[in-house]
Design a protein around this ligand. Structure first.
Ligand SMILES: C[S@@+](CC[C@H](N)C(=O)[O-])C[C@H]1O[C@@H](n2cnc3c(N)ncnc32)[C@H](O)[C@@H]1O
Length: 279
């Protein structure tokens, strides 16, 4: 831990580019662009426990680590992952100054696996989902490293109040048609069409996020749409039917052929009526 104010200021300047605002010493805050400090009260409102003593928590896409260090302050044993090294973000600098013991892994969310990472009680998945080309696969991987009953906090762009029209204007789904509220929808962002950022891929509406979480074996406890985004708290549950189709979809992805996972056409009672047989 580093306490000398001049050294801390120098280290913050030397790192240069910050995403998060993190108070690294009384009154010394990193110059981040993000509104991360305003998101914490939302997570608290959703039920992020004040005390995490004795719990293992994972921060996915941790960036500079504001949320990692906050959960560690609340008592959790922290693992933070991001697909860039910790010196690329401000994480390494902030960790050294705070004297944090958080483990940092250069890792892709898709590669989370219980054999490699163990199981977690609390998982944060904030500001990452809408950047992903494979959002449902990411939720499956996350679920695989959660203890039953564990809590997942998801924060993402959502389209209920921020549906992008082809002419660049934005409207709400309700304004388009109130019936859309209960239709699970993902809006795709081709190229850099959302905010000039090629890494923005898909954003769900409330119903689509609920369905995606349920299909990955979560129960949605609470979900709040907040302006152009939203936050959900979901609990890891066991749902044998969802589990079966998760395994089928992941067939051969990481493991050798498992004959105990039935191929969908071979299942007893399987009815394929979508494409009727030609006579
Ligand atoms: C918008 S920032 C969000 C940072 C932080 N979670 C927050 O909410 O303030 C997205 C972060 O996710 C990381 N990221 C994006 N795709 C990822 C992936 N597939 N696996 C791991 N990290 C990823 C990026 O490097 C970046 O640090």
């Amino acid at each position: 831990m580093i306490t000398d104010a001049a050294t801390i200021r120098r280290m913050i300047d030397e790192h240069g580019r910050w995403w998060h605002e993190i108070e690294l010493a009384p009154g010394i805050v990193t110059p981040g662009d993000d509104s991360n400090r305003m998101k914490l009260p939302i997570l608290d409102r959703l039920g992020l426990p004040q005390s995490l003593a004795g719990l293992r928590a994972l921060d996915i896409g941790c960036s500079d680590g504001y949320f990692t260090f906050e959960l560690e302050r609340r008592g959790a044993t922290m693992t933070a992952i991001d697909f860039v090294p910790e010196t690329h973000s401000g994480f390494a600098t902030a960790r050294a100054i705070l004297g944090s013991r958080a483990e940092y892994l250069v890792e892709n969310v898709y590669n989370l696996a219980p054999e490699k990472h163990g199981l977690f009680d609390v998982v944060l998945f904030l500001g990452v989902l809408y950047h992903l080309r494979k959002p449902l696969a990411a939720l499956d991987a996350i679920r695989s490293v959660m203890k039953p009953g564990g809590l997942l906090f998801v924060g993402t762009m959502m389209i209920d109040e921020y549906f992008a029209l082809p002419d660049g204007r934005v409207t709400s789904l309700d304004a388009l048609n109130p019936l859309l509220r209960n239709v699970p929808l993902w809006q795709a962002y081709p190229g850099d069409s959302l905010n000039g950022d090629y890494t923005n891929c898909f954003a769900p509406n409330r119903r689509a996020l609920e369905v995606a979480l349920e299909e990955a074996q979560f129960r949605v406890d609470v979900l709040e749409v907040v302006s152009m985004g939203g936050y959900a708290r979901a609990s890891a549950v066991e749902n044998p039917i969802a589990a079966k189709y998760q395994r089928l979809d992941a067939r051969l992805e990481k493991t050798p052929l498992d004959p105990s996972v039935p191929y969908f056409l071979d299942e007893e009672g399987s009815v394929q009526t979508v494409t009727p047989r030609r006579r």
